[in-house]
Design a binder for this molecule. Structure first.
Ligand SMILES: [Zn+2]
Length: 385
């Protein structure tokens, strides 16, 4: 590659590569009303705090994964299979295929060579390259949804952000019951609160997420949600959640956070694309209370059932409550393995919505404005580094 090819593409060139995603961002920028932000609000990335206006030039992805410990996804897939088996109702018809990350990846084609490495998130060169590609394709900021119980490595995130030039938001919290510390059942709510506050103080933290219930929400998970609500009150850091398939305990998650004093506007209830419902009952119930809903496993096979739900919700005037991402975790989706890469929400999913008639202006709001409205907060804790 010569020097000419090696340089970063200009914004115009980047938009040119993007097709429908770029058209959305350009057209939307021209006629959308710019969002407003509270005075003093920042988007806190691992390297620096941004004024929200500074990140208006690209799409932001609120729920992805760039750093996980070795074997995390193998464990995840095993627990998911065990949960599906435990939930199987005798003689019931087989469940509809849920959207996105739902089970083991499909077997590779016989000619595909060695299987891709599931632990690619330990490879700094690979993830840096994938971040740089996402930036070229129009991503302006990306949130890593991991924290210590997922083996997220903050120093790794810092280096891939520095090397790729893509702003990365690091998160804090606890994930779900199977991944909690083994003795969490004996912890008080105060102890959970202090443990998360310690994480927030240790690293620049731009989100509390992904905070989850693995299946039907458990007693320990409710305790974590209550503690997270208190951390939010102490820090103003926004919250995004993980729900079990299909959207189990979504309303209860919001109930607990609201009862802890959290304004639903500061919350995304996640993985609601897994709840394929043409009437979007649960999604609308959450939206009406003021929260965002996450269609956050997009850019792949889960899109088919989500596109009509987005069309319907946008037509009802709910675009301001939708948040899209891909929950990136499969090595098959890497550019280097022939996949669509970390920008697939923008480059694969958004064009499907555009083709289904969702206006550019709404798509621009969802991809560029909503994540900044969600991520921007007035810090109560000074950044540490
Ligand atoms: Zn995730």
């Amino acid at each position: 590659m010569d020097r000419q090819d090696d340089r970063a593409p200009s914004r115009r060139e980047a938009l040119g590569m993007l097709g429908a995603g770029a058209a959305v961002m350009a057209a939307g920028a021209a006629n959308a009303q710019a969002p407003t932000f509270p005075k003093g609000a920042v988007i806190r990335t691992i390297l620096k705090d941004y004024a929200p206006e500074e990140l208006a030039g690209g799409a932001s992805l609120f729920h992805e994964h760039m750093s996980m410990r070795q074997g995390f996804m193998v464990d995840w897939t095993r627990y998911a299979a065990e949960t599906r088996t435990a939930n199987r109702v005798p003689n019931a018809p087989p469940p509809a295929a849920p959207a996105g990350r739902a089970g083991p990846p499909p077997a590779p084609a016989p000619t595909a060579g060695p299987p891709p490495n599931p632990d690619f998130m330990l490879d700094e060169a690979i993830v840096t390259e994938e971040m740089a590609a996402a930036k070229r394709e129009g991503i302006g900021c990306i949130v890593d949804a991991g924290h210590p119980d997922m083996g997220r490595d903050v120093a790794f995130l810092r280096r891939i952000s520095q090397r790729s030039g893509l702003p990365i938001v690091a998160s804090a919290g606890f994930y779900t019951q199977p991944f909690y510390p083994a003795d969490i059942g004996s912890w008080s709510e105060d102890r959970v609160f202090e443990a998360v506050m310690k994480q927030v103080r240790a690293n620049p933290t731009g989100a509390l997420g992904e905070i989850g219930s693995w299946d039907y929400i458990t007693k320990d998970e409710r305790k974590v949600f209550r503690a997270i609500g208190r951390v939010h009150k102490a820090t103003n850091v926004p919250i995004f959640t993980h729900t079990g398939i299909p959207g189990k305990s979504a309303l209860e998650q919001l109930d607990i956070l609201e009862d802890a004093g959290v304004d639903p506007k500061r919350v995304v209830i996640g993985h609601l694309g897994n709840l394929a419902d043409p009437n979007t009952e649960i999604q609308r119930a959450i939206i009406r209370r003021g929260a965002f809903i996450g269609f956050d496993r997009q850019g792949g096979q889960g899109d088919a059932s989500v596109v009509p739900m987005v069309v319907s919700l946008v037509a009802q005037g709910y675009a301001d409550h939708l948040m899209f991402a891909s929950d990136f975790s499969s090595p098959r989706d890497l550019k280097k393995n022939g996949g669509a890469g970390y920008a697939k929400t923008l480059t694969v999913f958004v064009p499907k919505l555009k083709a289904a008639g969702v206006p550019d202006e709404a798509l621009h709001r969802i991809m560029v404005d909503n994540p900044r409205r969600f991520l921007a907060f007035v810090p109560k804790i000074k950044r540490t580094a």
